[in-house]
Write a protein that binds this ligand. Sequence first.
Ligand code: FUL
Length: 662
Amino acid sequence: MWHEMEYYGFIHFNMNTFTNMEWGMGNESPESFNPTELDARQWARVAKEAGMKGIILTAKHHDGFCLWPSAYTEHSVKNAPWKNGKGDVVRELADACREYGLKMGVYLSPWDRNHSAYGSPEYVTYFHNQLKELLTNYGDIFEVWFDGANGGSGYYGGANETRKIDNKTYYQWDEVTRIVRELQPNAVIFGDGGPDVRWVGNEEGWANETNWNLLRKIEVYPGYPKHEQLRSGHEDGTHWVPAEADVSIRPGWYYHPSEDHQVKSLPHLLDIYYQSVGRNASLLLNLPVDTRGLIHENDVRQLMALKNQLDKDFSFDLAKNARVIASNTRNNGGQFSATNVNDQMNDTFWAADDNELPVSITIDFESPTAVNRLVLQEYIKLGQRIKKFTVEAFVNEQWQTIDTQTTVGYKRILRFDTVKASKIRITITESKAAPALSTIALYHAPNVLTQPKTVRSKEGEVSLHVSDKNIEIYYTTDGSTPEINPKYKYSQPFYVHKPTVIKAIAYNPDDAGTTEETTVFYDISKKDWQVVSVSSGALAEAGKLIDENPLTIFATAQGTSSPQEVVIDLGDIYSLRGFTYVPMQDRWSFGIITHYEFAVSQDGNQWITVSQGEFGNIVNNPIEQQVIFPNHKARYIRLKGIKIHGEGYRSTFGEIGVFTTN
Ligand code: FUL
């Protein structure tokens, strides 16, 4: 059953990987496709170790380049230098998936910006033929993925124009479905509105808390604009079209070296898991394969951190050995007994009588037990029924409400603050028909222990952050190692105006576990700083380059014909020994300074250039640049962009800082 797949991998790897694009135009040369160490077995091994059950590969993306040697086009691996044109990435992955016991799926973009006939019936035949190749030559396919993005500008065999098609009719979806049913009868078809599995309506990997497996299918079509509805499905839907939540482990779907430092954090990945799998959707997590042809080590690390934490979260089911009592059981028990919910089997279930709402089912531990996760599963072979339920905990001889929620579906996971309860009661207050639950599981997930992060405001206020409110933070501001001692415990933000080293560790009071030390150096605060002039652009916006938030930027005007600069008044004279520059962080960044000139002044009139040079590799790796120069006393600083990545002189600034000496 597709629902049981729960968590599987997406791999975006294709021409875009080599052109550093997200959407290629279709005019790329197959010559560019040349991975140096492609190893599909590494992808499969990583996915398997991460707990994924399958992999879906972008066999063809919007640019039209095919990862398999299609008989119907020259725009494929057969004309690439990789393996002298003898390679077949789809084959290599299919073999690797078989070896590692993973299921394999294919992404075939309907939109093709390379094909000259795109827009005419001839292209549709081509598209169907390619689908047949993929579904015939590579063994079992569990899912066929069709993208909703469609039609627009492209190369189209040299026409270089914009072509529009009607998503609903152009591709002959009925014929597509027929081909899939014939060649891979066990495969599901993914599209905005199914027909089998629907898009969840965002690319961030979350479903709404209320999430029906049903859809009024006739209303939804590829490119359906009401994304909000896809996040919840339709309570009165006519067809079973469950949601799949897709998201990339990095900002982009494709690999970009500039995003090596932006792989999602463990807390973020956990939220994604709980808000997809935990909300009755499957999770399709994308791993961009890099130009070597490997999943990057940073992504592997985060993926395994997620696996590790999930293993801990669900390590022991506390309901397993508990007593279960239901307020009502269909036919007074037997086949529908309440004890079916904790027998670790999905095909047995507890069911209540019809018209008996509310009904409740209680897990009795007999002694106070710490819990903070609840897993519910409906027996969905009978449909999705539950509309509203409440969870209560029996603490100190009293019932207290933990949560009131709506749908359950194949799986629902609730996270809540730890309670020491002797019983947990689930009361179903609204349901379309008699509730039928196959699973109730309870867990005590450990606190998530991550290294503290520090944030400083322009005013100099420093706050320390961890991702779990049960985790404590201990810190020092004198360079010494913090001890787990009330004296060092963090309780509220504090000010840092002078050069200071902050060292902080996170501590888990439940098991006395600690993290590595976070060490952060802050120089003088920016509370008295002011941008006094910019060579072009809006001065009113310039505060963004000294607001301690690198994600807000200042940009000089477009179309200037000479190097651009900004001048900052530090508010006082300091002995300066260096400066920092954080470039714009967006994937579609512009104006990144690659060659700079930095000058200082005591009065804002007489300037001394103290440093000039290159920010090496800044475009690929857009992290904070630090430049040290001989000490100079100054109150004003000036950064000039001598050369800019891309065209012209338009310059952008995420953040500028200084290093001082006493
Ligand atoms: C989108 C596409 O346009 C993206 O490039 C990516 O493939 C994503 C999974 O789907 O609609």
